[in-house]
Write a protein that binds this ligand. Structure first.
Ligand code: GYE
Length: 330
């Protein structure tokens, strides 16, 4: 099990993130190897989503650093380029290779039952990081990540407070269809703006990429015109950054003529926020590597772990972003 106190101390330095998990007991150090007490290398297959965003780059780096040879791991890394079938095939490969443990950042929520059952039958523990699955939690050991619904609620609450009293036409740039963050960030936001004058006039997936966000925003601008859109809610910073390009190309001023709210708080997003091109960002912390490595180590050592570990997120206005930008790690 992860040592709660240690995480709080270590991660507070990394930008005031906090981990919440009920009933933690203490045990091994995160990422220290020690497969059941010995010091053999732990072979871990990690099935990453792809490389769609700045968030993803930071997450991959965090995972590679935590699951390093130095820390006692032999990491087999696979990035599936956002293709759910390819990701499942990668997990099947890990099972065939007989790895000690498998870590997955699941692209989409559905479709995991069979391959997770195969891993269980092979006696290989699975730890999920970042996104969640719809399969039974009996099929995996643990999950560590963020509360996507709460992120959506935080974003929607800010929108409601700032624009809820005047008629506001909003368009949404959705994350990857079927992914947990796209589903939950939409639901949380919708819940928070209920009963306000914000009207969702359109919503389409930009697949969490800058290019996707730009293309979808271009389509919205063509359809509704600059004057027909007041607010963009982007499920991540990269899509917001793409939307900024589209809005500027249409001759309008992002952050003024069209307001923008997004999620992640990666460096480029925070800089656009400070610049006034984005108006509000909800954080989504990608630095999950040490936590995931600690969970894997504990699971293999036979220590009891929680099913879910939530990392806390912050949120930022331009003024707040300016204060913290120099200490941000991603
Ligand atoms: O917000 C987005 C990335 O799953 C939380 O995936 C993650 C999301 C993140 O592509 O930028």
């Amino acid at each position: 099990m992860i040592r709660k106190g240690k995480l709080f101390a270590g991660l507070a330095l990394a930008g005031a993130i906090a981990l919440t998990a009920a009933g933690c007991s203490s045990s091994t150090d995160a990422g220290n190897g020690g497969d059941g007490g010995g010091d053999e290398t732990i072979t871990v297959g990690f099935a990453q989503t792809g490389s769609e965003s700045g968030w993803r780059s930071a997450n991959t780096e965090s995972m590679k650093t935590a699951f390093s040879a130095e820390n006692g791991f032999d990491l087999i890394f696979n990035a599936a380029d956002n293709d759910p079938a390819a990701q499942i095939a990668a997990v099947r490969d890990f099972i065939n290779q007989g790895v000690d443990a498998i870590v997955i950042a699941p692209i989409v929520e559905d479709g995991w039952d069979d391959v997770l059952q195969e891993a269980a039958d092979a006696g290989i523990p699975v730890v999920l990081e970042d996104r969640t699955v719809s399969a039974s939690d009996d099929l995996y050991a643990s999950w560590v990540g963020l509360d996507f619904r709460k992120e959506g609620v935080t974003a929607g609450t800010w929108a409601a407070e700032n624009f809820g009293d005047t008629p506001t036409n909003m368009v949404v740039l959705e994350g990857t269809t079927g992914s947990a963050p796209a589903n939950e960030r939409a639901a949380g936001f919708d819940e928070a703006i209920e009963g306000t004058q914000i009207e969702k006039i359109d919503s389409q997936t930009g697949d969490f990429t800058r290019d996707g966000g730009k293309k979808v925003m271009e389509g919205f601008l063509q359809k509704y015109g600059v004057d027909g859109i007041d607010l963009v809610y982007a499920h991540n910073d990269d899509m917001a950054l793409g939307a900024i390009e589209a809005i500027e190309a249409a001759g309008a001023v992002p952050g003024e003529d069209i307001k923008i709210i997004s999620i992640d708080a990666v460096k480029d997003g925070m800089l656009a926020l400070i610049d006034g091109k984005i108006n509000f960002i909800v954080e989504c912390n990608p630095l999950l590597g040490d936590l995931a490595a600690g969970i894997v180590t504990d699971v293999l050592a036979g220590n009891e772990v929680e099913k879910e570990y939530y990392v806390e997120d912050l949120s930022f206005t331009p003024e707040e972003a300016a204060k913290v930008i120099d200490s941000r790690l991603y």
